[in-house]
Design a protein around this ligand. Structure first.
Ligand code: MN
Length: 135
């Protein structure tokens, strides 16, 4: 079964690029262009990982990451921030919201592949061990 990756990105060129790349890598890509679509996608069919643009037009992508942390069924899903923001204060804000890591734009796909494989592997191992054993 293909692993499903949710891409939350407001720029259509970026989301097309990421979506095409994910499908070439053997993933199923689901695209959401704003927070509302992102929430809907998470609630209808939870993905195995999320690629999250932080600047969604006037919306703050981190709203989604913070919300996911509060959801028992979604808090284990790794969120990878994809952003051009490089300031340390912004990086801290991103990590504090629950994102696992930051991939900077323009995306280096070799880096993105490594991060996805790492965090998907971690999430898979945690699922096998069970939540209780990590407490
Ligand atoms: Mn954006």
């Amino acid at each position: 079964m293909k692993r499903r990756i949710l891409v939350v990105e407001d720029n259509p060129l970026n989301s097309e690029l990421l979506g095409d790349w994910l499908e070439m890598e053997g993933y199923e890509a689901v695209i959401a262009s704003n927070l509302k679509a992102g929430f809907a996608a998470l609630e209808s069919n939870a993905p195995q990982a999320v690629l999250l643009d932080i600047q969604l037009g006037s919306e703050d992508g981190l709203t989604l990451a913070s919300w996911m942390r509060e959801q028992p069924g979604l808090c284990q899903i790794p969120v990878i921030a994809v952003t051009a923001q490089a300031m340390v204060s912004e990086q801290e804000r991103i990590v504090n919201s629950g994102c696992k890591c930051i991939v900077s734009k323009p995306v280096d796909f070799k880096v993105l592949r490594q991060e996805l494989e790492f965090w998907l592997g971690r999430a898979g191992a945690d699922a096998v061990k069970g939540v209780a054993s990590r407490e």
